[in-house]
Design a protein around this ligand. Structure first.
Ligand code: RIB
Ligand code: CA
Length: 304
């Protein structure tokens, strides 16, 4: 399993759940929630904190394909993972800026078809596949956290990942790839309840303390927080890979607005024949999802 992320609080939680439920081959990082040097450092620190030093981090795109970068310090803080003081040494020197080369090497040597989860702007995914058509046919499943059928979180029309790099998002949606899109339509249903802070602390581990401190910050800053809780967007993308049955899916031929600035990043369903390979999540069983999420955290804790 290949992960492309922009940690980010929900990316960090998604990474931990992925470590418990999937065979993670490596993490590529992209600019989004914060600059790519910070998202890379954050991925490295989370992996080191749960003793997964063997899983490598490969730094990717520092900006969208054609546009200037938009980050989200108002949500994730200046570090991208504000709230927790990492005691593990920052190993930035161990983070090569070789995401594209690493993907090429890994994909070419991987005997299996490719399973890929992207939880940030799709810059790395598009940059890799553009001009490498031979790999498109080898993608067994791409799960994307992004988009929304009828809402937005960075503008009224667009979800953040698709807003940051709409050109990459549109290009990827146009490809004949088995894609499951996990957008705000479901991530705004699955809210992590406020009692999660106590449950993180009850894990009685450094991982639990990290999650408590990170989400104490996130609960105060996520713009779509509700009394019922906060969205944990990226964790649902991991859930969709492991348990697609937790979700209801609609086949759709999707496009992403790139021209009209007001609607930049808006995901719309194109009329006509749905792309048989693209599905959008339209509902989620939140009880089964969160039961699974907590069981994965407990499993990871035991592995530590
Ligand atoms: O809109 C939510 C998405 O944007 C999540 O992936 C979050 O981490 C941010 O990257
Ligand atoms: Ca993200």
């Amino acid at each position: 399993m290949y992960l492309d992320m922009d940690p980010g609080h929900d990316d960090a939680l998604a990474l931990l759940v992925a470590l418990a439920s999937l065979k993670v081959k490596g993490v590529t990082t992209v600019a989004g929630n914060q600059t790519v040097d910070k998202t890379s450092r954050n991925a490295r620190r989370v992996l080191d904190l749960v003793h997964c030093e063997n899983i490598t981090v490969h730094q990717g795109a520092a900006k969208p394909l054609f546009r200037s970068l938009v980050t989200a310090p108002h949500v994730h803080g200046s570090s991208g993972l504000d709230g927790y003081h990492f005691r593990v040494p920052a190993r930035e020197k161990d983070i090569p800026a070789d995401a594209q080369q690493w993907l090429e090497r890994e994909f070419s040597q991987d005997p299996d078809d490719i399973c890929w989860i992207a939880t940030g702007p799709l810059t790395n995914v598009a940059a890799f596949l553009i001009g490498r058509g031979e790999y498109i046919a080898r993608i067994k499943q791409l799960i994307v956290m992004g988009g929304a059928l009828n809402q937005g979180n960075i503008t009224p029309y667009a979800e953040f990942n698709y807003y940051v790099d709409p050109d990459a998002a549109h290009w990827v949606m146009m490809q004949d790839i088995p894609i499951k899109v996990v957008g705000l339509d479901v991530t705004h249903q699955a809210l992590l309840e406020p009692n999660a802070l106590a449950r993180f602390s009850a894990l009685e581990s450094e991982m639990g303390r990290m999650l408590h401190d990170l989400f104490a910050f996130y609960f105060k800053h996520e713009p779509n927080r509700r009394p019922q809780g906060v969205p944990v967007h990226d964790v649902l993308a991991v859930g969709a890979m492991v348990h697609p049955e937790f979700f209801s899916w609609q086949q759709a031929h999707l496009m992403v607005e790139r021209c009209h600035e007001r609607y930049r990043g808006q995901m719309t369903v194109m009329p006509g024949t749905a792309n048989p390979s693209t599905e959008v999540a339209v509902d989620v069983d939140t009880v089964r999802f969160f039961d699974w999420m907590w069981s994965m955290l407990a499993l990871l804790q035991r592995k530590e």
